[in-house]
Design a protein around this ligand. Sequence first.
Ligand code: NI
Ligand code: MN
Length: 226
Amino acid sequence: MKISYHGHSVVQINSNGKTIIIDPFISGNSLTDLKVEDVKPDVIILSHGHGDHVGDTVQLAKKHNALVIANAELSEFLSWQGVNTHAMHIGGAYQFDFGKVKLTQAFHGSSYTLENKQIVYCGMPAGVLFMNEGKTVYHAGDTGLFSDMKLIGERHPIDLAFLPIGDNFTMGPEDAAYAAKLLNAKTVVPIHYNTFPPIKQDPYQFIEMLDSKNGRVLNPGEAIEL
Ligand code: NI
Ligand code: MN
């Protein structure tokens, strides 16, 4: 499978002939190389309900009849907007025809802000494990550091991990480097940085902090083949 990074937390996976996009925040994402009109997802996986992750989900899902996979609360909320959803929850895995998806815990918030200044609760935030062809990709979503990352890595040996390093809203570089150690992932790619002023970071400095020097900075549009 081919896994590409598109700025902020946007990750695209091409697996079994399908295009899967995680957290498709494209409109308003100053770092992305994607254009909403060029993205043709078959599947959208969401880590949580914040706008910089749900992004263009509703528009894309309706236009391409894409399946949206998210936790039960966020799925329910999006289904009311006419989107085809598959609800899951933390700790649960499901074998789809394009690969296996399992949601993991993440320590963060998860809500959707309506125009009338109401906040809709969107369930617990999650990380995403994507497994196919004997390979495992972990997208941590937005999260602080937690010690059960060790458990996640033990239960699912990780080939490629996308970890937030922006600080302020999520782990910063030091905590993310510690997370990489706990997860024991073969390759680590930093995400969720430089999109907004409070999350400005040098991803190359993060790579230097990794004990096993197994980090890789992906510029928006760059891919890794597993
Ligand atoms: Ni968030
Ligand atoms: Mn975020």
